[in-house]
Ligand binder design. Structure first.
Ligand code: BG6
Length: 453
């Protein structure tokens, strides 16, 4: 039988949903792979969805035995090794290529390691400054034909650099072979926002400027940058989690119903939300930095990179005109939690003395995204007794389901299967971070207060 050759002619008949027959992980010795990716690969093997060679690539000289040890340590740290066969199988799939990304020899060695594989998925778990270089290397070494590329964040630093990276990626890969990861989109609790909004009928009549007073989205973490100084210095809170993770949440909450059942329709409705966002003004943004950040390894002594950011957004659409959206996130805060709070307007007539908003909050809908996943509706109910007074109580629905796929497990297997539903598209771009970069930073801001506010 004639061996199929890599080549552009094959592209024309390549089915975009044909599963990848190898996974290449650039940056296999990095932090992200150690914390998240090895455990995800292990879970994928356990589920039976990973059974192709996994080629790790990195700059260091490493033996396969050393890579195996890293993989085992990582899986152990993430939980316990409860399936020896799955672990052994994963290790049997691993290969390693060490080399400089500037050197074409590294790509040649990868080609060799890929053997008969024709449709690899290349996952770029590397610093963003290397994305363009690796993508071009894949293109010029023939490793992009029929392949997919999965790109980590940050996808550019601003509009111009995001466009440039897009241009480079699209000059090497067709758009439907480019998978831009935002791991929040792989979270069950986030997918539930889309489902909850459009699978229920009670919400739609109140989901607009007439009934919603404000929307607050919080991603708080009680830990610091955990040794990621070099990365964090190039990112800051706004680029690290707000323009991607929190904005995706905004889009899911604010979008109109998709026109048909399909992710193309979801992407296009989300894009309209970004298009309707009002440009931020200086007083819409607060940036803060936790005390001690400048002493972290890899951080400049006079760094003005923000580790906390809060912003107020407006979406100038028919549905949301005038409703403030408050987004905030930060490191070293009082708690670790992510949630959405949609506060409703009080009843038009105050029939009872203790009606909202006098006594605490008005009604609200709360999506708890992590650490546990829940949905709660806060309502007032009457207290027993002669008086018409009551309390704010939550109808609380814990929505944790055992056996949920972790985000990276879901996203990597989707990308390998050619399913781009949970990835961001090139349509979704936003040009605010540039402007925010010039804003004043509040060193050691009392973030615990801000969080509690
Ligand atoms: C990552 C950021 O994208 O998201 C981290 O780089 C942040 O700084 C993390 O801690 C939060 O994700 P999760 O899934 O832990 O809420």
């Amino acid at each position: 039988m004639m061996r199929k050759k890599r080549g552009t002619e094959m592209n024309t008949i390549h089915n975009r949903t044909t599963p990848a027959d190898a996974l290449v992980i650039f940056g296999v010795t990095g932090d992200l792979v150690h914390k998240m990716i090895f455990p995800a690969l292990y879970a994928m093997v356990k589920r039976g969805v990973l059974n192709v060679p996994v080629v790790g690539v990195a700059g260091s000289k490493l033996s396969l035995a050393q890579l195996n040890k890293r993989a085992k340590d990582s899986i152990k740290q993430a939980g316990k090794i409860d399936d020896r066969d799955a672990l052994d199988h994963l290790l049997s799939l691993l290969k390693y290529v060490g080399g400089d990304y500037n050197d074409l020899g590294t790509f040649k060695a990868m080609k060799q390691a890929l053997g008969d594989a024709l449709r690899p998925a290349h996952y770029l778990a590397i610093p963003p400054t290397l994305f363009a270089k690796v993508i071009k290397g894949l293109g010029s070494s023939g490793l992009a034909d029929q392949a997919r590329v999965i790109i980590e964040k940050l996808f550019g630093r601003d509009l111009a650099s995001a466009r440039e990276l897009n241009r480079i990626a699209q000059s090497v890969f067709p758009e439907d072979s480019i998978f831009r990861i935002d791991h929040y989109l792989g979270k069950e609790a986030i997918m539930n926002i889309l489902y909850f909004r459009f699978a229920n009928s009670f919400l739609e009549p109140i989901w607009n400027r007439n009934h919603v007073a404000s929307v607050q989205i919080t991603l708080a973490e009680d830990f610091g940058i955990k040794g990621r100084g070099a990365f964090y210095e190039s990112a800051g809170c706004l680029r690290d989690v707000i323009q991607n993770h929190l904005f995706q949440i905004v889009a899911l909450l604010a979008m109109e119903p998709p026109a048909y059942q399909g992710y193309g329709a979801v992407h296009s409705e989300k894009t309209k939300v970004f298009q309707a966002m009002r440009p931020l003004q200086a007083d819409d943004v607060v940036r803060g930095q936790y005390t001690g950040y400048r002493k972290e390894p890899g951080v400049a002594k006079d760094s003005d990179v923000e580790t906390f950011c809060a912003l107020r957004l407006f979406i100038d659409s028919w549905r949301w005109q005038g409703v403030p959206w408050y987004l905030r996130s930060g490191k070293c805060l009082a708690a670790t939690a992510a949630e959405v709070l949609v506060e409703l307007k009080p009843p038009p007539q105050r029939l009872f003395d203790d009606s909202a908003p006098v006594d605490g909050r008005a009604n609200y809908l709360r999506f708890r995204l992590s650490p546990n996943s829940a949905v709660a509706l806060a309502v007032r109910v009457k207290r027993a007794g002669k008086e018409f007074v009551g309390d704010q109580r939550e109808l609380y629905l814990l929505n944790e389901q055992p056996g949920e796929e972790a985000p990276y497990e879901r996203l990597l297997s989707d990308a390998m299967a050619g399913n781009g539903a949970l990835f961001t598209s090139s349509l979704m771009s936003w040009n605010q971070p540039d402007k925010v970069g010039t804003l004043r930073l509040i060193p050691g801001a009392r973030q615990d207060r801000l969080l509690a506010a």
